[in-house]
Design a protein around this ligand. Sequence first.
Ligand code: PLP
Length: 394
Amino acid sequence: MAASESRYRAFLDARAREGLRRSLFAVAARDARVIGAEGRSYINFASNDYLALRFNAALIARAVEWAEDYGVGSGASRLLTGNLELFPPIEAKVAKLKGKPAALVMASGFQTNAAVLQALFDKAVLGAEPLVFADRLNHASMHFGCQAAGVGQLRYRHCDAAHLAELLSQYQGDERPRFILTESVFSMDGDVAPLEDIARLACEHAACLIVDDAHATGILGRGGSGLSGDADIVIGTFSKALGSFGGYVACSETMRDYLINRCGGIIYSTALPPPVLGAIDAALDLVPGMDEERLYVARLAQQFRAGANAVGLDTGASTTQIVPVILGSADAAIAMSERLKCAGLWASAIRPPTVPAGTARLRLAFTAAHQDSDIDRLLQVLAAEEARRPANAI
Ligand SMILES: Cc1ncc(COP(=O)(O)O)c(C=O)c1O
């Protein structure tokens, strides 16, 4: 056995002792509302398929059609022979949706953040290590990108534009290129960054604003365009409200050209396969016309927040379709998730290091597939459990 193996075992044992060990379990999904696991069915409150598009007939039809017409793989990286003729019209639709001159489609959203940021923060190209101002709760993939580029982050308090302003001022005379990095809707809190203030600061301090619009695109903003309006560079994914898979960056033509020449995620990775491109293409056609679904999901989330707050549950600063129920300890979050499972409701317990210590939670997400009765049932069970929880459980 390699010496490293015992180290990995020790890591796993420590995670288990702290109640933080993760494992994979198999689920069966035949529609956007219900999942099956271990022989039981559950209403799924843990999916990012906000518009319930992953079982949409139009997406499936175009995925099948493009698989039949173009095959199930693209065969190579986009710089070799993988840049199928399907890409340019899709990228034109993404650029239009995001209001940017150009767009580049890549593999997953994670890969897009990790690879694009690594390329953008290249010290040799920029002539110096850039100053990267980042929200403290940014997604792990953004940290990966910074780490891969070997740049430090100047992390401001979550959603705190005043703190960002303070940090920017400290570097006022510094000539190095500056970037501001934030999500629009935060994935574990469902709150929204103060994007107008941040964009103003970016302008005042000549910083390039990069917004990860993963959880807003499709479900928020005019025509589902997301919330990234004033950003210089928008990063996102087709794996949440758009129902399938893949990442994108929307930016200037120069930036797109630069990424094609410098971004490892484009250069060294096989292009997305035609069935996935078919699903993306159909989703991009549908999303602008889905206001009714967007309003419906917003209403369900609001209904849930009001009910949860009325029984004393802490939903943080959520204003979107993502609503945390913050419970404190990892054990409390796991216990609540198990109770919900007993009642046929699936809600994931999110623990450190995904969220800060002491803020373990259920992360609930509402989708166009949910019914009013699902929210009522969820509230009923949560209220009963909250009433039973000792007052000092946190
Ligand atoms: C803010 C944010 N960015 C990026 C990603 C990664 O996207 P994908 O799931 O397409 O890899 C996620 C998904 O978890 C996310 O929440």
